[in-house]
Design a binder for this molecule. Structure first.
Ligand SMILES: Cc1cc2nc3c(=O)[nH]c(=O)nc-3n(C[C@H](O)[C@H](O)[C@H](O)COP(=O)(O)OP(=O)(O)OC[C@H]3O[C@@H](n4cnc5c(N)ncnc54)[C@H](O)[C@@H]3O)c2cc1C
Length: 626
């Protein structure tokens, strides 16, 4: 059993403590809205080879992939996997010198977005393989020998998987139990069991995280399925992604040659997190894909379906939903492609933008699917097969909903993304003033930290109040300029709020998740707003035919975002956080057990109420009613 403190220490040790370069979101937390870093919006055109590939991929998805059948049978047909191999889809991100297609992150994002419009199961196999599976960490940290041995195999379609999760390790890697014991020859003996490993049940290669039993340090290894002691124990089945080849993989005395250690010994968790930095950009791409599909579904349906004398889209309640969906999808696309472009930029640190894109796009994507189901009414809830059997169009809203829910949980859950970003939000303040709020520091150490703190805040704090964010700043952005001026002011207010939060909550701040999460939500919305406006401006500059529409979408998105941001700022200091936490503690203590007793009135069991003030764990006493 690990303590909360140990979990924090493991996360802190795996954290990248230095910045590899600039970061738009990092500056937001410091109160600097560096719109000039994202505007002009980066060119998003893809090269001719990627375009040709996407055309072939689209034809393949339309002619060879029967998504309803894949969902119904829960299996990938062999010709689908073979077809993807022939297209080179398993080597999209692998450099040409190793037999891959050599696409950039931006090109890969376009391809995944395309697949996202069609089939989430296909996204899962491609993305688990090359966003987090063997190719990505090898590209970043592998030796030349490892690259030469494994990347050509991966490019040809030797499927790979990423194995971190275990029975007791979900969001908390401190509890990792798989061991890697070093032999006198320098090789490693792996023992342990990994849970929910996507592609794991048919993969040929794994990236496995395991820890030294003595030093407790976690390392990353390339493991081949064919090796003795590697065993697929069970295939797991889920609410959606029905065909996903996911399961429990057991390692029993598996000998891993020392050449298969990725990076340095003990750097495994850091490698996993850095791999996920760009790996996380895949899910937003998938979200853009299915959100666009949802708009198409809603536009067609709400224009055709007549109820109460008008197409349902003409009723204001539905109209508003459609408007929000369209504006949000535009911002989602802008954020995702911007994130991919920034990931390719020299001297740029993508970690916060990738986390923001993952968190924001998966949550908004889920809302969009939920709205689509509402707009489709009963037909949204009906399966595509049943619709087809009744002679209606087999529109798969029910399947999309089942498939996309997991996006908020895996590759870093929404809560973990918030925590990760919140840690970065307070990073500068901890560096400057951490000693003052650290209860472990002595009075002497606190006093010693004072001069550095005074020196920093004497300049930093007043300038978070001052600064010109009024007209004519951003006047060249026309009607969108006022939202940039708002974002500029809100950014300074965000930085002040982070600082005020530290002053008020001090060492307790790390536990004030509701406060911290609101700060992160504000930063994500500011990022989305900046991306949407920069993209609209880019399309205008290009005189793109969609420019006027883009401005309209960016404007509605900004109106919505501004309203949300204002509400979150207000709720930072006027909220029900304490009351809610108190009530949830009482629920956990069993104070409200009576509420769960649906059957009690009809002769079932009635659970005893524990006294409210004990603070002790619930004794689950049961009393039989007559
Ligand atoms: C279909 C599927 C595919 C997957 N593929 C892979 C894969 O390929 N490789 C792999 O290694 N793993 C994989 N996973 C595992 C996945 O990454 C984990 O499910 C995820 O990390 C969350 O862990 P958990 O489910 O154990 O939830 P837990 O960690 O038990 O968390 C439960 C809830 O508590 C929240 N929570 C946890 N800690 C905190 C905290 N400190 N503060 C606030 N909230 C918190 C979580 O956000 C969550 O809502 C997959 C899972 C599924 C279901």
């Amino acid at each position: 059993m690990t303590t909360e403190q140990e979990s924090r220490e493991v996360a802190e040790a795996a954290r990248e403590s230095t910045w590899a370069g600039k970061g738009f979101m990092r500056e937001i937390f410091l109160g600097n809205f560096r719109f000039d870093w994202i505007s002009p919006y980066p060119e998003t055109e893809i090269g001719p080879e990627a375009r040709d590939f996407c055309i072939k991929l689209k034809t393949f998805l339309e002619t060879e992939v029967d998504s309803a059948a894949i969902d119904r049978t829960g299996e990938y047909p062999p010709h689908v996997i073979e077809g993807l191999r022939k297209l080179g889809a398993f080597g999209m991100k692998i450099p040409k010198e190793y037999g891959g297609l050599g696409f950039t992150q931006a090109e890969y994002t376009h391809a995944l977005e395309l697949v996202g419009c069609y089939d989430a199961n296909v996204i899962a196999v491609l993305s688990a393989h090359q966003s987090i599976g063997v190719p990505q960490p090898l590209k970043l940290f592998g030796t030349e020998g490892q690259k030469k041995k494994y990347l050509p195999l991966c490019a040809k379609g030797a499927i790979s998987a990423f194995a971190l999760t275990e029975q007791d390790v979900g969001s908390d890697p401190a509890r990792l139990a798989t061991t890697a014991e070093k032999t006198p020859e320098g090789d490693y003996i792996l023992n342990g069991e990994k849970l929910w490993c996507t592609n794991g049940t048919f993969a040929e290669l794994y990236v496995v995280m395991a820890r030294d039993a003595q030093t407790k340090k976690i390392s990353a290894f390339i493991v081949e399925r064919a090796w003795e002691g590697v065993e697929v124990v069970k295939r797991c089945r889920f609410m959606g992604l029905r065909a996903i080849e996911n399961g429990i993989i057991r390692f029993t005395n598996v000998r891993v040659p020392k050449e298969n250690l990725i990076g340095k010994e003990g750097a495994g968790l850091k490698i996993a997190l850095i791999t996920l930095n760009t790996g996380r950009l895949s899910l937003p791409a998938a979200c853009v894909g299915f959100s666009k599909k949802c708009i198409e579904i809603c536009r067609e349906w709400s224009g055709q379906r007549v109820q109460w004398g008008a197409p349902v889209g003409k009723h204001e309640a539905i109209g508003h939903k459609i408007a929000d969906m369209a504006a949000t999808t535009f911002a989602m696309e802008a954020m995702t492609h911007l994130g991919s472009a920034l990931a390719m930029r020299e001297g740029y640190d993508i970690r916060l933008e990738a986390a923001a894109a993952k968190e924001w796009c998966t949550v908004e994507g889920w809302r969009i699917v939920d709205t689509t189901m509402q707009i489709r009414g009963g037909r949204g809830y009906e399966t595509e097969t049943s619709l087809a059997e009744r002679g209606e169009q087999p529109i798969p809203v029910e399947r999309i909903m089942r498939d996309c829910r997991i996006n908020l949980i895996f590759e870093g859950s929404s809560e973990i993304m918030h925590l990760f970003m919140a840690r970065e939000a307070v990073d500068k303040h901890l560096a400057v003033a951490g000693a003052l709020i650290d209860p472990k520091k002595s009075i002497g150490q606190k006093l010693a930290a004072l001069p550095k703190m005074i020196f920093f805040y004497a300049w930093w704090y007043p300038t978070r109040w001052l600064g010109w964010s009024l007209w004519p700043k951003y006047a060249s952005y026309g009607r969108l300029g006022k939202y940039l001026r708002f974002a500029d002011r809100a950014t300074r207010k965000l930085a002040r709020s982070v600082f005020h939060g530290m002053l008020v909550h001090q060492a307790r701040l790390e536990k004030k998740q509701a406060f911290l999460f609101r700060l992160v939500d504000i930063s994500n919305e500011l990022f989305a707003m900046g991306a949407a406006i920069a993209r609209a401006e880019y399309l205008q500059q290009k005189r793109d035919p969609s420019a006027a529409s883009a401005v309209e979408l960016a404007e509605l998105f900004s109106l919505n975002a501004r309203r949300k941001i204002r509400r979150w700022f207000h709720e930072l200091w006027a909220n029900d956080d304490v009351a809610k936490y108190q009530l949830s503690s009482n629920v956990l203590k069993g104070r409200h057990l009576w509420l769960e007793n649906v059957k009690a009135d009809f002769g079932g069991e009635v659970r005893q109420l524990p006294p409210v003030s004990t603070g002790k764990p619930v004794e689950r006493e049961h009393r039989q009613t007559a």
